[in-house]
Design a protein around this ligand. Structure first.
Ligand code: F0G
Length: 458
């Protein structure tokens, strides 16, 4: 007998969320200068802005909170986190940081210098920000299929080995501090990287003497897709696949706010003790002493427990199938989304959804605003606002895709919330011909403008 999937947990505590009227929402989004980040969370009914730090912790994680050891140095919580990291990822040395971008900051302070070149698969925006802040260049080596939304390639996070080889062969080794592999690749749609590709990248990087860094925020979701889509791994457990993935990395940065299902936290994993020592100095300056680095003991405990829960097959199946359920509903109704459906979010192709809105009027942002106004659902733009300006020419960078991301928090929303979301989008899609104009910029910051940008309706 084949039964449908169901969540391997039940709900013990609920949090009230508020419905609002369309009039309320028009007022609020206008006050927020049409920037979805500037809305108050209580003005949002279903919040799909991010799956980062928005997950629901388990009863076991909350119990761990009570067991936290808040000693400044050598806390038992630090050792609990160390054991969990070593057990699951195999990394012997680690530094705790307050979140993923802090891990990037500490590691890149040692690794990256002006003029360096850092190839990878569609670097996440904070990763790119930390590279460009150091006047180095992030080179995108993702396979071309990743940018064709209807191409069903099973591993759209993969690195194009020809593109990578070109970067590695045309630049001196001293200028390439690392190859970054983001698992899953957030920017290309929560798309996985195959183990075959991971192995090939590692082999190539090794042949040039360049280390491989995993941006690991959604490593467990990546392992789930490997199990489902890569034949050789069908019978392996998620933990076996995870340890095989990490066996091909020299270092890792982790935003634990995703696959470790905590509200705050991150870390860097190292094999090289010398690099760990050099980074420790920056960790102390930027984050905190090496045995807590920006985290409280209770949060390190919850993180350690979360690493185990986040790598359980039944949890991952229900999590990813919930995302898939939403994607399928949209797909069946003709809404253009990145396919195959990714691990943590649905990425809507805004250029196809709103074909009459001009590109320079921020199409995905326009779609995000209209969805919020109609339904109280908040997504996030992954398009021209996020792509920012070229650091040298200061021209807008137009990415290949203009996407609205609906990220699903872990263990938070029910199937009814997902049905509501699908219904709102389907209704908006039916009215799409009516949308002809978008927004222009009134204010923008010199870097990472999307967080604080202020817009005006055209
Ligand atoms: N790497 C990836 C792949 C990410 O998705 C993120 C964050 C980071 C690094 C940075 O981690 O937020 O803990 O500092 N992504 C969030 C998102 C913000 O909404 O996708 P952080």
């Amino acid at each position: 007998m084949k039964l449908p999937f169901a969540e391997p947990y039940r709900i013990k505590m609920v949090e009230t969320i508020k419905k609002s009227t369309k009039e309320d929402r028009i007022k609020w989004i206008t006050e927020a200068k049409f920037n979805l980040f500037k809305l108050k969370s209580e003005q949002v009914f279903i919040d799909l802005l991010t799956d980062s730090g928005t997950g629901a912790m388990s009863d076991k994680q909350w119990s761990e909170i009570m067991l936290g050891d808040e000693s400044y140095a050598g806390a038992s919580s630090y050792y609990k986190m160390k054991d969990a990291i070593q057990d699951i990822t195999g990394f012997e040395h680690f530094l705790p940081t307050h979140q993923g971008r802090a891990a990037e900051n500490v590691l890149f302070s040692v690794l990256i210098k002006q003029g360096d070149i850092v190839p990878g698969n569609s670097h996440f925006d904070t990763t790119k920000g930390h590279i460009e802040y150091r006047k180095a260049h992030a080179v995108d080596c993702t396979i071309d299929e990743a940018f064709e939304t209807t191409n069903p390639h099973p591993f759209k996070g993969n690195i194009d080995l020809n593109k990578l080889e070109k970067v590695l062969s045309e630049n001196p080794k001293e200028k390439i501090p690392a190859v970054i592999v983001t698992v899953t690749c957030n920017t290309s749609g929560g798309q996985p990287v195959s183990l075959e590709n991971i192995k090939a990248v590692k082999k190539m990087a090794d042949s040039y003497g360049i280390p491989v860094l995993f941006d690991s925020a959604r490593f467990a979701e990546n392992a789930y897709f490997i199990k489902l889509r890569e034949k050789a791994y069908a019978d392996k457990s998620i933990r076996e696949i995870v340890s095989e993935m990490f066996a091909h990395a020299d270092m890792m940065t982790m935003s634990s706010k995703k696959d470790a299902i905590v509200n705050m936290g991150g870390f860097i994993g190292f094999r090289d003790e010398e690099l760990f020592r050099r980074c420790s100095v920056f960790n102390i300056v930027f984050e905190g002493y090496i045995t807590y680095g920006g985290m409280s003991g209770r949060d390190m405990n919850a993180l350690a427990q979360g690493l185990y829960e986040g790598t359980e097959f039944d949890y991952l199946e229900s999590r990813i199938k919930q995302v898939e359920y939403l994607g399928q509903k949209l797909n069946e109704n003709g809404i253009p989304i990145q396919l195959p459906i990714g691990g943590h979010a649905i990425f809507i192709d805004a250029l196809q959804f709103l074909p009459h809105v001009p590109r320079e009027q921020f199409v995905a942002q326009t779609l995000g605003i209209e969805l919020y106004v109609e339904s109280g659902i908040r997504g996030v733009e992954i398009g021209t606002l996020l792509a920012d300006r070229d650091p040298i020419t200061r021209e807008n960078r137009y990415p290949k895709l203009e996407l609205l991301r609906l990220a699903i928090p872990r263990r938070v929303y029910t199937q009814n919330h997902i049905d509501y979301t699908a219904a709102a989008l389907i209704q908006l899609f039916q009215k799409r011909e009516a949308y002809k104009t978008g927004y222009s910029i009134k204010y923008e910051a010199p870097i990472m403008r999307h967080f604080t940008v202020e817009l005006e309706k055209i």
